[in-house]
Write a protein that binds this ligand. Structure first.
Ligand SMILES: C[S@@+](CC[C@H](N)C(=O)[O-])C[C@H]1O[C@@H](n2cnc3c(N)ncnc32)[C@H](O)[C@@H]1O
Length: 228
């Protein structure tokens, strides 16, 4: 598949339609996981193991500030990021979700920093981050906006900072569009191409284990600034 074909597919994404879809979804675990609330614990376990391996790298990121992108109700902030970082900022465009984050995070809510009610394609980081977590959200972005967003993230990484992408990938070898929420599920190859365009170097990759059959394979990537 050529770059042109990839771009043409994601170009048909409609940002308003995606936001309208999420506006109708309740601020619950099942809501943000599309009826798959029951896989959250397994997902967090896989992410914890991945993050633990990253925090024990020789050039491990610092533990001051993380950013949760497309945070929903703060599931990852609550169960993962506040366990490792002093401060977690979040980006989430949906008003009802962003308003529910502090309550949902509960006892660690003092660690929640800035709440940015904005879409990723319009976000400009205001500070440096030790870790930026993107999960189940990048399929809403057109390829060119995704490359810009990831490039902005790269520039906002602190020394030894790491960007994480955890996303569904297709096993059919083709990008698949979902008109219901106006999203695209990309192939592994497309992700790698996008990372390269954003000048990000992949230092770790891992497939999420123990998810139910019949859903997309989920991959985690750890990315750093590619200085070459
Ligand atoms: C499947 S949920 C995942 C939430 C969270 N990352 C998690 O794993 O629990 C997708 C989230 O992406 C948000 N979203 C949709 N389009 C977005 C965009 N363009 N920029 C940022 N967030 C977006 C939705 O509002 C929703 O909260």
């Amino acid at each position: 598949m050529t770059t042109k074909e990839i771009e043409n597919k994601s170009k048909s994404l409609n940002y308003d339609k995606a936001l309208e879809y999420w506006a109708e979804i309740p601020a619950t675990l099942d809501g943000v996981l599309g009826g798959f609330g029951h896989i959250s614990d397994e997902d967090i376990l896989g992410s914890t193991l991945f993050l633990r391996s990253i925090m024990s790298l020789e050039k491990a990121p610092g533990t001051k500030t993380a950013l949760d992108c497309g945070a929903g109700i703060g599931r990852i902030t609550k169960h993962l990021l506040t366990n490792y970082f002093d401060r977690v900022d979040v980006i989430e465009p949906d008003e009802k979700f962003i308003n529910s984050i502090l309550d949902y995070v509960g006892e660690n809510k003092h660690k929640v920093g800035s709440l940015y009610q904005v879409s990723l394609q319009d976000f400009n980081p205001e500070r440096k981050y030790d870790l930026i977590w993107n999960q189940w959200v990048l399929g809403y972005l057109k390829d060119n906006d995704l490359v810009n967003f990831l490039s902005n993230c790269r520039e906002s990484l602190s020394e030894n900072g790491i960007l994480i992408v955890k996303e569904n990938v297709t096993s059919s070898g083709k990008a698949e569009m979902d008109p219901t929420d106006s999203s695209v599920t990309r192939t592994l190859k497309q992700f790698l191409k996008i990372f390269k365009s954003a000048k990000l170097k992949r230092i770790k990759q891992c497939k999420q284990l123990n998810f139910p059959n019949g859903i997309y394979p989920v991959y985690m990537f750890a990315l750093i600034c590619d200085k070459n």
